[in-house]
Each structure stands twice: as structure tokens, then as C-alpha cells.
Design a protein around this ligand. Structure first.
Ligand SMILES: Nc1ncnc2c1ncn2[C@@H]1O[C@H](COP(=O)(O)OP(=O)(O)OP(=O)(O)O)[C@@H](O)[C@H]1O
Ligand SMILES: O=P(O)(O)OC[C@H]1O[C@H](OP(=O)(O)OP(=O)(O)O)[C@H](O)[C@@H]1O
Ligand SMILES: [Mg+2]
Length: 303
């Protein structure tokens, strides 16, 4: 097949083929000007403007492929990297700020245990067998040591999705699954008693990439897109005597850009500032006498 023949010369970049991370990944690729056309049903797409091939894989498999060096780059959740036991086999280049969630032990609100130790010897349903197994092995050992009794094993029951249904269906006494808004958990009559890990989507690279320079190029582009989403550009005028204080409010990534104005007692200042704190930043600037405060969206940047 024509497509496969082209692959050896290209950097392979694995992207979740569906699910929670898929559409944010596509926006990221677009922002990084990684242009491709994906044929219907095909899980490989050649990038038109760079020597890259995108491979669309289940999020759960991506860490394994990157860790084994089959593909140079990938995007998946930190939870998936941990579940694949690939933390030492991949380089986490960048947290991407989406796909944020927590992996939690959850139990029924009514009549469920109140602490994780009470689940020892019981049944836990999960799609995260690796992480949950390690977690409950430690709890089992700790409880046995504390009580001076032989170790009782907590039983893991694998389910591939809709994990929250397991308690109501009588399959398990508790579950380990992801929580974001908490809606699914609450709808199932559950609450969380322990957070095992917090996760978000990450850009990961193989430890020995076949195309290291291209890895750097793509990482730089994606970092730029993420920074552009995180920051806005602020511009304001201020009396020179207040510049020191203003610089502490808008320090910029390196330092603020200060330009002289016709009136020698005044300067114009520009700086990147964090988007999520920008109203407070503007309040603080106004309070020290800044005026003509303008805010600009950043289309893209390199940091
Ligand atoms: N509710 C959520 N909010 C935020 N991020 C999430 C949420 N659920 C999952 N994720 C993140 O997205 C990753 C992939 O989850 P996703 O649900 O897309 O995969 P899946 O469960 O294998 O597929 P599917 O649910 O389509 O069968 C998770 O490993 C986690 O990092
Ligand atoms: O706290 P919330 O915002 O409700 O999100 C949490 C839910 O999202 C994920 O499920 P998903 O939609 O991927 O379905 P799945 O269980 O079939 O994987 C996760 O497995 C939880 O069930
Ligand atoms: Mg899911």
C-alpha cells in the first residue's frame, strides 16, 4: 500500500482515535499547523506539510507504543502512562491543560465503607487494573501488618467501561474510575473516598526517537499553541516612577518590554500575562495609576 511505503521516512505521532481527548488533540494539531487528510476508517494519515504520519490509536495503547519506540511522539493521559507502567520509558514533554481528571476509589454513598481499609478482601471493579492492583496490594499489606493477621487480598474485577454501574449491579463493593465533574459518580449513587492520582493530557516522546530534530520542532510548535491559550498580551501606559511596581504586577516571561513615550515621565509597557488572572492584573495596574490598558489575544507564540 502506498501509505505504508511512505512511513519509514516519517516521524510517527500517535493521537487518540476517539473519546475525551480526540477533539482537543485535533485543535492542537491545527494550531500547530500540522495539516493532514484522514481517509474514512483509516487510522494512518500522512501530514501534508511535514514529514510526519499521524497514527490514530486508542488512548490506552499510546503510552505502550511510545515507550517501546514504535512511534516517536504521542498524546495521551498521564493516567494511561501510569497504567501502561511507561513512566520510565517515555519522556513527558509537556502537560497540555486538557483531559483533567482524578482517578478515585468510589463507594456507594448509602451503606458503603467510609475508608479504603474497609474494602480489603472485597471486590473492586475497574478498567485500571495495573494502578488499582498496586494501590490495593499496599492497602492489603498495611491492614494485615496493622492487625497482625494474614494478608487478605482485595479482588479486582476488570470492566472496560461504564464502571460506575458495577456496584448497583452487584458486581463490586467499590470501584476505581475517573472523576471530572463528578456527575457520573453522583448519578450512580457513589462518592469518592481516595484520589489515587490526578491526570491530564500530555505530549510524550520515545526515549530514543528516530527523528529527534523533528520531535523538537513539533514540541516547540505545540508548546507555542499551549502558551498562546494560557497567556494574553497586555499593553499599558504608566508614569516612569511607578514602573518598578508595575513590573512586579506584569513581570512577563523574561521581563516586560518598556518603550519611551513623547512625555519623558511616562512609558508604555507590554507583557504576556496569564489569562486566568487577567482581571485582577488589570485591577492592580489601575490601582497604581496605569492607563490605556489594552488586552490582546495571542494567536500563536514561541516561548
Ligand atoms: N470525564 C473526563 N474528563 C476529563 N478527562 C477524561 C475524562 N474521562 C477520561 N478522560 C481522559 O481521557 C483519557 C481517555 O479516556 P476515554 O474515555 O476517551 O477513553 P476510553 O474510556 O478508552 O474510551 P471510550 O470511553 O470512548 O470507550 C483518559 O485516560 C483520561 O486521561
Ligand atoms: O466526572 P464526570 O465529568 O462525570 O466524568 C467521569 C466519567 O467520564 C469517563 O467516562 P466516559 O464518558 O469516557 O465513559 P466510559 O465509562 O464508557 O469510558 C469516566 O470513565 C467517568 O465515567
Ligand atoms: Mg471512557
Amino acid at each position: 500500500m502506498e501509505l505504508i511505503k511512505d512511513l519509514p521516512d516519517r516521524l510517527l505521532f500517535a493521537v487518540p482515535k476517539k473519546g475525551r481527548l480526540h477533539s482537543s488533540c485535533l485543535s492542537l494539531l491545527e494550531g500547530a499547523e500540522i495539516q493532514f487528510h484522514r481517509k474514512n476508517r483509516l487510522d494512518i494519515a500522512l501530514v501534508k506539510n511535514l514529514p510526519i504520519a499521524l497514527v490514530f490509536l486508542p488512548a490506552g495503547d499510546i503510552a505502550k507504543f511510545v515507550g517501546e519506540g514504535n512511534v516517536d511522539l504521542g498524546i495521551t493521559g498521564q493516567d494511561m502512562v501510569a497504567e501502561a507502567r511507561a513512566e520510565d520509558k517515555v519522556t513527558e514533554i509537556l502537560e497540555l491543560g486538557f483531559g483533567k481528571c482524578r482517578l478515585c476509589v468510589q463507594v456507594p454513598v448509602k451503606g458503603g465503607p467510609t475508608k479504603v481499609e474497609d474494602l480489603v478482601g472485597k471486590r473492586i471493579a475497574t478498567s485500571f487494573e495495573g494502578i488499582s492492583g498496586k494501590f490495593f496490594n499496599e492497602v492489603d499489606a498495611r491492614v494485615a501488618a496493622a492487625n497482625g493477621t494474614p494478608e487478605k487480598k482485595t479482588e479486582l474485577v476488570f470492566v472496560s467501561g461504564s464502571v460506575e454501574a458495577a456496584c448497583a449491579l452487584g458486581l463490586a463493593d467499590g470501584i476505581v474510575d475517573l472523576v471530572e465533574s463528578g456527575e457520573t459518580m453522583q448519578a450512580a449513587g457513589l462518592h469518592d473516598i481516595v484520589t489515587i492520582l490526578s491526570s491530564q493530557a500530555v505530549l510524550i516522546a520515545s526515549k530514543k526517537p528516530k527523528h529527534p530534530e523533528l520531535v523538537q520542532t513539533i514540541a516547540g510548535r505545540i508548546k507555542g499553541v499551549i502558551a498562546a491559550q494560557k497567556y494574553v498580551y497586555i499593553n499599558y501606559n504608566i508614569e516612569r516612577k511607578n514602573l518598578k511596581e508595575a513590573s512586579t504586577i506584569t513581570p512577563g516571561r523574561q521581563a516586560p518590554t518598556v518603550s519611551p513615550l513623547e512625555n519623558p515621565e511616562w512609558v508604555a509597557v507590554s507583557s504576556m500575562v496569564l489569562k486566568n488572572n487577567v482581571a485582577k492584573t488589570m485591577d492592580d495596574l489601575e490601582a497604581i495609576g496605569a492607563c490605556d490598558i489594552l488586552l490582546f489575544a495571542i494567536q500563536n507564540c514561541r516561548v
